[in-house]
Each structure stands twice: as structure tokens, then as C-alpha cells.
Design a protein around this ligand. Structure first.
Ligand code: G6P
Ligand code: MG
Length: 219
């Protein structure tokens, strides 16, 4: 029985990776090194400060900055990122997502957000997705990042559904692992081989229904 669907945001409901990338690349460029799209792959699903450490490693300069300086660099990147996402529109919702969320609602299954991003509320507001959610857990509400299960356990608690009746939708390996540690089943969204640990994998939401979900999970 599925009673709640918990969605990751970046890379599942909206494609914000490109904006994170533009902002991180701008930071790297200001520090005098190149940050490629391939490097950016390693930042998906990773918290802001850990992302900064990974980026500084690419430039070989992690040790050069104090904690206070790192906070300042992360804040600078976030300022640019917020500029980008403030201009987002509903057109940037991943294809098939709105129809699937409507289907979930119709099936009287709760909907929660479980995102590592502190900017999640702004993105939901800009894209017009906020009204679908019974509970929103963002990066500002948890102390431990995925693969720690905290973000999903809090989502379950806020919707009043036990973990065993929750399904997590994720595009990142750390998120699939967080779902497993929370005692929840998971749907890996995408084609990446890193999703192999998910209970099931879908390439995207187009044509995907709650009936498909329950049939495949309860097989
Ligand atoms: C998501 C994204 C990561 C991002 C993290 C924190 O997990 O996939 O790329 O670093 O959120 O986002 P924030 O908006 O708080 O910097
Ligand atoms: Mg993600």
C-alpha cells in the first residue's frame, strides 16, 4: 500500500542543475580555474558546502580558505543562483510531472517534498508547484544531508504516513540510499547507472501513472 509519495526537487521535478552549474562555474572562473559540466555531475544531490569543497578541490585550493571565507564564497554563488531561479516559470517543470502529481492527488496519496535545497520554497513558488504539497521539507529544516534519511523521515512524519508506506522519487545515488535507510521504497528517475539500488527505475514521468507505480512496486 502506498500512502505518500516523497519527491526530491532538483533533477526530479525541475531541472535546476543548469543554474547551479552556471553559478558554480562563475565562482570558479573568478577564482581562476575552469569548472566543466562533467565536474558539475558530482554536485547533484550534494549539499551547498560540500559542493563548494568539491569545486575547490577541482581548482586545487580547498586548503587556501578559512571557514568564514568559504561561507562567503558559498553565499556569493547562492546570490547568482537565486537570480537565475527567481526568473523560473512553470515551463521549466520536467515533462509529465504535473499530470503525474494530479494522478497522485486523485488516488488520495499524500505528496511531500524532501529536498536538500534551501531554495526549494522559492522554486516551488516560481514554478507554481507549491499547491500540490501536503508537506515541504527543505535543506533549512534538517541538520544531516542525504544519504542521511532525516529529510525523508521528516516528510513522512509531517504527512502522518509510516515509512513503509512511502515511496521516494530521486535522481541521485545519495537520495536512493537515504530512502533505503529510512525504510522506504524508491523510484530512480533518469538513466544513470548510479540509480541501480532503487526499487524501480523510470526514465521520466511522461506516460507514467499511479497504476504503473503500484503494479510495479507490489509485484
Ligand atoms: C540539491 C541539488 C544540489 C544542491 C543542493 C543544495 O540537492 O541537487 O546540487 O547543492 O540541493 O541546494 P541549495 O539551493 O541549498 O544551494
Ligand atoms: Mg536531485
Amino acid at each position: 500500500m502506498i500512502r505518500a509519495c516523497i519527491f526530491d526537487l532538483d533533477g526530479v521535478l525541475v531541472d535546476t542543475a543548469k543554474y547551479h552549474y552556471l553559478a558554480w562555474r562563475r565562482l570558479a572562473s573568478g577564482l581562476g580555474f575552469d569548472f566543466s559540466e562533467q565536474h558539475n555531475e558530482a554536485l547533484k544531490g550534494v549539499s551547498r558546502m560540500t559542493s563548494l569543497d568539491i569545486l575547490l578541490d577541482v581548482g586545487g585550493m580547498r586548503e587556501r580558505f578559512s571557514q568564514a571565507e568559504k561561507e562567503e564564497l558559498a553565499a556569493r554563488k547562492n546570490g547568482w543562483y537565486v537570480d537565475y531561479i527567481s526568473r523560473m516559470t512553470p515551463d521549466e517543470i520536467v515533462p509529465g510531472v504535473v499530470r503525474f502529481l494530479e494522478d497522485v492527488r486523485r488516488a488520495e496519496i499524500k505528496i511531500a517534498l524532501g529536498s536538500a535545497s534551501r531554495n526549494a520554497p522559492l522554486i516551488l513558488e516560481r514554478t507554481g508547484l507549491a499547491h500540490f504539497f501536503d508537506a515541504i521539507v527543505d535543506g533549512g529544516m534538517v541538520s544531516a544531508a542525504k544519504p542521511d534519511p532525516q529529510v525523508f523521515l521528516l516528510g513522512a512524519e509531517l504527512t502522518g504516513v509510516e515509512p513503509a508506506a512511502c515511496v521516494v522519487f530521486e535522481d541521485a545515488e545519495a537520495g536512493i540510499e537515504a530512502a533505503r535507510r529510512a525504510g522506504m521504497r524508491s523510484v530512480g528517475v533518469g538513466t544513470s547507472r548510479t540509480l541501480a539500488q532503487a526499487t524501480m527505475i523510470i526514465p521520466g514521468f511522461e506516460g507514467f501513472t499511479v497504476k504503473d507505480l503500484t503494479e510495479r512496486l507490489e509485484k
